[in-house]
Design a protein around this ligand. Sequence first.
Ligand code: PEP
Ligand code: MG
Length: 739
Amino acid sequence: MASRSAAQSKLNTVVEVIGECLDSEVCSIYLLREGMLELFATRGLAQEAVHVTRMGIGEGLVGTIAEQNETLNLAEAAAHPDFSYRPETGEDRFHSFAGVPIVHRERVVGVLSVQHVDPRRYEEVEIETLQTVAMVLSELIASAGLIDEENRGGPGPGQSGPELLRGLTLVKGLAIGNAVYHQPRVTIEHVVAEDTEVERQRVLLAFDRMREQIEKMSSQAEFGVAGEHVEVIETYKMFAYDEGWARRINEAIDSGLTAEAAIERVQQHTRMRMRQIDDPLLADRMHDLEDLANRLLRIVSGQLGTAASKGLRSDTVLIARNLGPAELLEYDRRRLKGVILEEGSLTSHVVIVARAMGIPVLGRVRGLRGMVREGEELLLDAEQGSVTVRPIPAMVESFEVRTARYRERQAAYAALRDVEPISKDGQRITVMINAGLREDIANLSLSGADGIGLFRTEFQFLVSATLPARERQTRLYRDVLEAAGDKPVVFRTVDIGGDKTLPYLRQEDSVLEENPAMGWRALRLALERDGLLKVQARALLEAGVGRNLNVMFPMVSEVWEFDAAKAIFDSQVAFLRQQKKPLPKQIRYGVMLEVPSLAEQLDLIAPNISFLSIGTNDLTQFLFAADRSNPKLAERYDWLSTSILRFLQRAVNTVRTYPVDVAVCGEMGGRQLEAMALIGLGIRRLSITPASVGPIKQMVRTLDIAALEQAMIGWLASPPADLRAAVSDWAIAQGVALD
Ligand code: PEP
Ligand code: MG
């Protein structure tokens, strides 16, 4: 390869050498040119066929290899269903056939094949040799310019046309953009090693670093990250310490490859073998191994960092297995148009943050990373729950029409900013937003909402590398209050623990919780580790000086928990008073109703609180015993069910006689039909995701609440078989404006 001869003569030499080594009468190289596989060099076939014989992708054995990006090893070539005989080559004498794809930058650019007169299957080491040669050839072919740009952009493994992948809509919306991997795939620049010993050392060090990283991930996972994550890390560990994997990479280095090429070659081989096994579980594990091999490649090549650190160059749809909220926030918001995750669930933090940022998210897209290549155009439809990969122009056109219509709708909602949500029969609904990050504050004036009904203070903790000091907390709370002006803000004290773990809050006594949502979280943790709550109380009291401060406690299950939490605030107030420090003008306390047990004590707690906010996200999961982050249950239970509505009806009726504001702050309130039902139950305050403010105002303004309340009494007294259908039919008949 190092010789200075022209590329064609190198190819001629390669087919001779390989044919000889593998004791094969025929060795041929086909390269992709103008969309066809052209015979470029051969030993054993008729020389007149060189640059004459051409095969389409998918045509014959060679075309099949290119299409599928797969190795074939056949004792009897003619017996294969894809076999196609080319008389000009004179290949009818040959029985056995083996071929490997030549891949450059993840694209098949050619095929290297051998043929033999006698029927025989090639040995595994012979196939590996072919694969190694194919890698080396790819470098030669690319540097000699034997493949042009157009061909480089040619078909991938079996994927040349558009493809529709389905997933679960996590944040609604539409987006067009190019696929960008959160953790980009490494491009291998050099395949042939200059010094094998150096390459060995590089791989050795990379393995060490990778194992360190996995150990770190695993120690962080030990204190309560959701089950699936833990399983993945266990699998990572298993692969990271797998002697066989390391040995195969070293063997590939011995054959003259660079560390990067060796890792990739072994990976290619594994991919090929895994493809032959039809087992979904193994396919999942294969993804884990791909992940890990990619991590090893990144370490060895020094191509570290996520796509965020490199910067986005065009409108982007980001692809990741999963993301943390902080990782998402690192991206340029002007370019980031959408996110697709292989995992993810409706209530995971990254999703709540994305929702606040107005970025559509599609989750649970299985096998995503095998289907989409970096840079490919994607039409993300997080309304219907799908993504189109490699769309044809007509698809892009119709998608653009839909996007325009979607934008018009959004603009129409934005126009409702200054319009009050007053119903047809003259009742005013209070529509507030949920927030949690500094970035969210702007949404208050943009949406024209009545206030912030739920400020999730734990978000600041989640996106910080260390525990936010009191001053930092104070600063954020003060900025929020300042931005809100006269509008109310309800600060919820930290709801951490369970699945919202903080690496820096690791406690010796924290154990891996089997049911983190029902575990040591929110107020349960805060009352035990009251230092945290004391600091937060001080920060809130200081931020609220001279203003109205609303403090809400999450996950209150019994009255005494509220009393204990309020006592902590009272003692801080007493301390500040004693120090002659200024205080808020007024402090109001409230609780979330999200643990069903509190519903049985509402009459006991109502005299002590100023407001109650119903967290339907948690409430539903506890009422139905259905994990809110389990995608298998995502669609099983309906918010418009007799159980939920009757439960809420009873709660609302219980507190009706007390001067307590009742709001709903779960995701339920952000959906038009569900919000309508809540209003029908007597709820007049909603705190919802900012994007829902417009749609909810629109619905309210076309609603006759008195009529709805009557209908609701009927539905809940003798529930129809399909309550959702009944509610929906009623809304349509009444002319309620729904999307
Ligand atoms: C809820 O549980 O409904 C809620 C609003 O709180 P979070 O989603 O933060 O648990
Ligand atoms: Mg909750």
